[in-house]
Each structure stands twice: as C-alpha cells, then as structure tokens.
Design a protein around this ligand. Structure first.
Ligand code: SAM
Length: 277
C-alpha cells in the first residue's frame, strides 16, 4: 500500500511557496501549523521557511529526515574510510573533473561525498518527495556562509525523474554511473527493520531487485567509462553480472564494471578509447 503524506507549513513560511510545493508534489496542504493531523497519515512533510523535512507519524516513529549537507554527521562522514573506497571505485584521480551520474541519489549523501572529492555530480532521484528534500538541501548549502559547502554544492546538480529517462545530452559529460539502488535493512533489531520498512514504503523503494537489475543493465548500455554499484557485502551481484573487480569495505562493497578507459574526449569523438580497461 502506498504511504500517505501531507504538507504542513510553519507559521513563518510563505503560504504561496507552501501551496506551490504541495501542488507540485500532489500533496494535501494542511490548513495551518496547528492543524489536526488526519488519522491514517504515514508522514508529514514540514516546510519551515526554506527548510524541508519529513516526519513519520506514530508512536515509534524515528526522527525527522532532511538533507543538511553542512550537518555534523555529513562533516564527520568526510573522514570515513568508506569515502576513499567510493572515490577509488568511481575513478577519482583518473581524470580531472570526473563526471558522475548518481542515478539513485536518495538523500544525496554519497553524491555529496563524491562532490567533496572533486567530482561533478548529476543527482537523479525518481521519488518526488525525496527530490524535493534534495532540492531544498542543495539550495540551503549554496546559500551557506561556509565557502567549502558552497563550492562543494556548486559541483552538484539535480534532476527529478527516473535516471533511465535522462536525455543522451545530459549524459554527455558523465564518466561514471553510480548506483545504490536499495536501502538495506540497517541494524538487526526488529524495531529498526520496521522503521526502515516504513521509510522504504514512503519512498516507494520496496527493495525490488528486478528493478535494480534493470537499472544496472540500462547503465551498462550507456557510453560511459564505468558503472559502480554499492551492494551489501554478501548480496549477489545485480542481474547476475560479474563486475570487473570489487572493492570491499566493512559493511558494503562496490562492484566496479569497467567499460572503457577514462578519457577527456567527448562521447562519440573518434579519439575516445573503447574496450576493456
Ligand atoms: C538507497 S537510496 C540511495 C541512497 C544514497 N546513495 C545516499 O547516499 O543517500 C536509493 C534511492 O534511489 C532511488 N532510485 C531507485 N531507482 C531509481 C531510478 N531508476 N532513477 C532514479 N532514482 C532511483 C530511490 O527512489 C531511492 O531514493
């Protein structure tokens, strides 16, 4: 059953902006900040000025979700060992201004890490609510007083929709397609699993492996140098396709499909190298 959502605007929020956002997302706009939350609602999207966050309802709901690239958690994430692995997997250092399509942007955490490593990142997210969270998070980062946050977010751009619908011109500057299609259950407790299940339902990501398989097959058909898939350590390879190599971390691995050498030539240019690399 699809999750039910509504938009709530705080008292200080521009009512026109709230109405426009509700219309764009096809959500009911609750009449006022003190409005009674209709029964049966799974979550509320809260617009508070220029900050957007998702709040699950219910007694055991986890905390709000928002995209805040300047948060302490994101700053801490910069130092994580997994970043180095992710950077190596997509090909950081193999050419200047590496262009990455994050075809499953989600909350943009991996995209931000890649932009921080110097990549130019096109984020693609098909769930409209998730894309709206990203849009507000990116806008906020671009207005921040911290020059590092402004410079990093300037290397990121967002497209809402299915990555497979991107026009060929939008892929022209892409060297690597990065896929992290599924939210694996985090933690072992039943409570955590239940929370994740609701989150997945809210975001329509129900862990459909067949859809992830199709996404990989689409990515492998594009004129890019690499496709990289983030997988739980013990999960089978998507679509049964054996990668060129794997980089294994403590909790996840990156399956790297090398399609061609990295080159500064534009796709279609006769100078573009093809073949295994
Ligand atoms: C596990 S999350 C990605 C998390 C992300 N790597 C991060 O760091 O926050 C997967 C996301 O991919 C999106 N998604 C899955 N298939 C997609 C597709 N074909 N095109 C665009 N988005 C897709 C889902 O809606 C979901 O938000």
């Amino acid at each position: 059953m699809p999750a039910t959502l509504a938009l709530l605007a705080s008292a200080t929020t521009d009512s026109h902006a709230a109405a426009a956002l509700a219309k764009r997302l096809g959500l009911e706009l609750l009449p006022g900040p003190s409005a009674e939350v209709p029964a049966g609602l799974d979550a509320l999207l809260l617009l508070d000025g220029d900050a957007l966050s998702l709040h699950q309802t219910g007694p055991r709901a986890p905390g709000p979700v928002s995209v805040d690239f300047g948060s302490a958690a994101m700053r801490h994430r910069r130092k994580g060992g997994q970043n180095e692995l992710l950077g190596r997997a997509v090909g950081v250092g193999r050419k200047p201004r590496l262009g990455v399509l994050d075809a499953t942007a989600g909350l943009g955490r991996d995209s931000f890490v890649l932009a921080d490593l110097g990549c130019t990142v096109l984020l693609c997210e098909r769930v409209a609510v998730m894309a709206a969270l990203l849009e507000y998070g990116l806008a906020r980062a671009r207005r921040d007083a911290d020059p590092w946050l402004v410079a990093t977010s300037a290397r990121m751009s967002l497209q809402q929709g299915d990555a497979r619908d991107l026009a060929p011109a939008e892929l022209a500057a892409i060297d690597t397609i990065y896929l992290d299609p599924m939210f694996p259950p985090r933690g072992k407790s039943a409570a955590v699993k239940k929370d994740m299940a609701l989150f997945q339902r809210l975001l329509e990501t129900d862990g459909d492996e067949a859809d992830s398989d199709r996404l990989l097959l689409w990515a492998l058909g594009q004129a890019v140098a690499r496709v990289v898939v983030k997988r739980p350590l013990k999960a089978p390879c998507l679509a049964g396709r054996k990668p060129s190599h794997q980089l294994r971390g403590k909790a996840v691995r990156f399956d790297v499909y090398v399609l061609s050498a990295f080159t500064d030539c534009a796709p279609g240019d006769p100078g573009r190298e093809t073949g295994g690399g």
